[in-house]
Design a protein around this ligand. Structure first.
Ligand code: MF3
Ligand code: CO
Length: 290
C-alpha cells in the first residue's frame, strides 16, 4: 500500500484529501491484512466517477440482453445473435468486448446445451425446440467494461433442462445474498456451491467470474469452490461478476481443439450459466448488469 500524507490527494482519484477520503478505510484494510486476510488492491476499488461510467456501460449491456430475450427463437442461427449484438452495440456508440479479445472472433458468446461457455456464434448452429442457450454479452463504453449473461429456453424444453436453468439462476441469487462490505468472497462461493450440490448438480472449477470495470478481467478471480469466511475481503467500490457454470452431470470439462474456445462438458450432459455484475456498496450490493 502506498504511503500517503493526510493532505495528499486520495489514491482513489476523488480529488479529496486522503485523510478525509480513504484514510480510515486503509487503516481498516491494514487491520484485516495483519490478521492474514487477503485484501483487495487499490486498483480494483472504483470511485464514484468510475462507477457512473461503468453503470452507463452496463445499461447498454442490459439493453442488448433485453433485445436478445425479445427476439431469440427456434430457427435462428447463433450468428444472427452476433449480428444483433454487434448492431445494437455500435448504435449505442460502444464496442463489443469479446471481439478480438485474445483472438476471439465474434462479438458475443453463445453456448448451447452441453457447451459450458465461450461458444462461438456460427451460421451452422440453428436453434431448435428444446435447446437451452447462454448468451454472454460484454460491452466497452468510453473505455469502461460491463459483462453479464442469461440463459434462454427455446420452445418446449424438457423438465430436467428447465430445472437446471432455474437452479443455476437460484445459485446466482443465493450467491448475491452473501455479498456485503467487509464480508468474504468465499461467503458467496459457498452459497453457490451448496445450492448446486443440494440439487444434485456439479460446479465447474476451472472457469469463474472476475473483477470488471476498468478492464474486462481484473482481480479477483471468482470461483465457487471456496468456503465461507475465506477468500478476498469484499469492500465498497469493488465490482465483480458472479457467473457459475452448473453441470447436470459431472464437473469435468474440455476445450474444443478445433476452435480453441468452446468449452464442453466431458460427459456430454447439459450445462447452464447466468452471470451478473455486482458492485459492493457501503450497505450491501447493487447489481449493475444481469
Ligand atoms: N464474457 C466472458 C466472461 O464472462 C468472457 C468471454 S471471453 C471471450 O468472462 F473472448 F470468449 F469473449
Ligand atoms: Co464474465
Amino acid at each position: 500500500m502506498e504511503i500517503l500524507e493526510r493532505n495528499d490527494p486520495c489514491w482513489c482519484g476523488s480529488g479529496k484529501k486522503y485523510k478525509k477520503c480513504h484514510g480510515a478505510f486503509d487503516e481498516k484494510l491494514k487491520m484485516y491484512e495483519s490478521r492474514g486476510i487477503l485484501i483487495p488492491s487499490h486498483k480494483i476499488i472504483k470511485n464514484q466517477t468510475q462507477i457512473e461510467k461503468i453503470r452507463k456501460s452496463a445499461e447498454i449491456n442490459v439493453a442488448i440482453l433485453d433485445y436478445v430475450a425479445d427476439h431469440i427463437k427456434a430457427g435462428i442461427t447463433t450468428q444472427e445473435i452476433d449480428r444483433w449484438v454487434t448492431e445494437i452495440t455500435e448504435k449505442a456508440g460502444a464496442v463489443p468486448a469479446p471481439l478480438h479479445y485474445e483472438g476471439y472472433p465474434k462479438s458475443v458468446c453463445t453456448s448451447v446445451n452441453e457447451q459450458v461457455c465461450h461458444g462461438i456464434p456460427s451460421e451452422d448452429v440453428v436453434l431448435k425446440d428444446g435447446d437451452i442457450i447462454n448468451v454472454d454479452v460484454s460491452t466497452i463504453l468510453d473505455g469502461y467494461f460491463s459483462d453479464s449473461s442469461r440463459m434462454f429456453c427455446i420452445g418446449e424444453v424438457s423438465e430436467e433442462k428447465r430445472r437446471l436453468v432455474q437452479v443455476t439462476k437460484e445459485c446466482v441469487e443465493k450467491g448475491l445474498e452473501q455479498v456485503r462490505p467487509w464480508g468474504f468472497l468465499g461467503d458467496m462461493s459457498q452459497a453457490v456451491y451448496d445450492h448446486a450440490h443440494a440439487n444434485g448438480y456439479s460446479v465447474v472449477r476451472e472457469i469463474g467470474g472476475h473483477g470488471v470495470g476498468l478492464e474486462f478481467h481484473e482481480d479477483p478471480w471468482v470461483g465457487y469452490i471456496g468456503k465461507a469466511g475465506t477468500g478476498m475481503l469484499l469492500v465498497p467500490g469493488m465490482i465483480f461478476t458472479i457467473e457459475p457454470m452448473i453441470n447436470m452431470g459431472g464437473h469435468e470439462i474440455f476445450i474444443d481443439d478445433s476452435d480453441g474456445w468452446t468449452v464442453y462438458t466431458e460427459d456430454g450432459l447439459p450445462s447452464a450459466q447466468w452471470e451478473i455484475m455486482v458492485l459492493v456498496t457501503e450497505t450491501g450490493a447493487e447489481v449493475l448488469s444481469w
